[in-house]
Write a protein that binds this ligand. Structure first.
Ligand SMILES: NC(=O)c1ccc[n+]([C@@H]2O[C@H](COP(=O)([O-])OP(=O)(O)OC[C@H]3O[C@@H](n4cnc5c(N)ncnc54)[C@H](O)[C@@H]3O)[C@@H](O)[C@H]2O)c1
Length: 309
């Protein structure tokens, strides 16, 4: 497996900064964030990790020590870019920009430098389409907030070689993530396919007047949602028995949502300018206070679940 010491993060926005923080958990890694814009990486990381410090999960001294090992450059021709062993790209979600970024990196980095894209929805096969050494390219989908959510989907393209996939899986485990190997480059990879199958049904239940939004969310939070971190669907299927799973599917799959288009409920909301947090109304009504509480509660919950603090 390839040795990884020098890690380059291309794009120092929300995800890039948090990824840099996660990588800094391993002292041996030499970390560089590259961005075309001036980015105050330490300031961004200090904000996103404030709760970790407040709860004593990371001490202020440890945070500063980790920040001191994260370098920043705007110079694509710097040795920090050329000598990278592994690049995680986290620039804007734009296919042309991502292709252009990797073309520039390929012209500068070693041909065995591993290239990873953090795109949440775009195909890594398509992003790497025009590269010369496609074997060393892989998708690495970190979830937001990147410093908290353990999962990283490692997505093989049609050309990713085993050594690259294995090296990236090992790298992600080393920085404390839970890597999931996605053997096929399919839209939604693994977790978003699952997540949006549920969202589609949730919206459909509202659309069909079976229950309102608050009732749907409440039902999820107080039933299978509660046990999901401990008992996931396929374990659950074994627990109840595959015969029962078969019988349930044989009956209920005839009735649950199978539309291949976004719900008309979403069409209507968009037409009415109901954009969720952005406009103050979506499935629910929001104001600044409620939005801040919703964000803070999520982080508090994740920290409690992950660190028991
Ligand atoms: N935000 C999320 O919830 C989330 C979750 C998972 C994955 N992602 C993916 O991560 C990637 C980054 O998302 P983000 O939310 O951090 O975006 P962001 O807008 O916060 O940051 C993007 C950064 O890329 C920089 N950039 C733009 N063009 C560049 C270039 N040519 N070279 C170098 N840097 C450049 C920008 O200056 C900016 O700092 C996207 O592909 C996105 O889909 C985002």
């Amino acid at each position: 497996m390839a040795k990884v010491e020098k890690v380059l993060i291309a794009g120092g926005g929300l995800m890039g900064k948090n990824i840099a923080f996660v990588v800094s958990s391993v002292k041996e890694f030499d970390i560089t964030v590259y961005d075309i814009n001036d980015v105050d990486v330490p300031a961004g990381i200090r904000v996103s990790t404030q709760q970790l410090v407040d709860k004593g999960i990371v001490t202020p001294e440890e945070l500063e020590e980790r920040l001191s090992r994260i370098h920043f450059t705007k110079d694509l021709d710097s040795d920090r870019v050329k000598n990278a062993d592994l690049v995680i790209e986290a620039v804007f979600e734009n296919m042309d920009l991502k292709r252009e970024t990797f073309a520039k990196l390929e012209a500068r980095c070693r041909k065995d430098c591993i290239f990873c894209t953090n795109s949440s929805v775009m195909s890594p096969s398509e992003i790497s389409r025009d590269l010369q050494y496609r074997n060393r390219f892989v998708g690495t989908h970190f979830w937001n907030p990147g410093h908290l959510i353990p999962l990283v989907e490692v997505v093989r393209t049609d050309a990713t070689d085993d050594d690259t996939a294995n090296t990236v899986m090992e790298f992600m485990a080393r920085i404390g993530k839970k890597p999931a190997l996605c053997n096929k480059d399919v839209p939604g990879f693994i977790a978003n396919r699952l997540q949006h199958a549920l969202w589609r049904e949730a919206i459909s239940i509202v659309e069909n007047g079976i229950a309102d939004a608050a009732t749907v969310d409440m039902a999820i939070k107080n039933s299978f949602g509660l046990r999901l971190p401990q008992l996931a669907p396929l374990e659950n299927s074994d627990m109840v028995g595959t015969q029962l799973t078969y019988n349930i599917h044989n009956y209920v799959l005839n009735y649950i949502e199978d539309s291949h288009k976004p719900s008309p409920v979403l069409d209507k909301m968009l037409a009415e300018g109901k954009m969720g947090f952005k406009s103050g109304e979506g499935f629910y009504k929001w104001n600044d206070e409620k939005i801040a509480k919703c964000n803070a509660d999520l982080n508090t919950y994740l920290i409690k679940m992950l660190y028991n603090k």
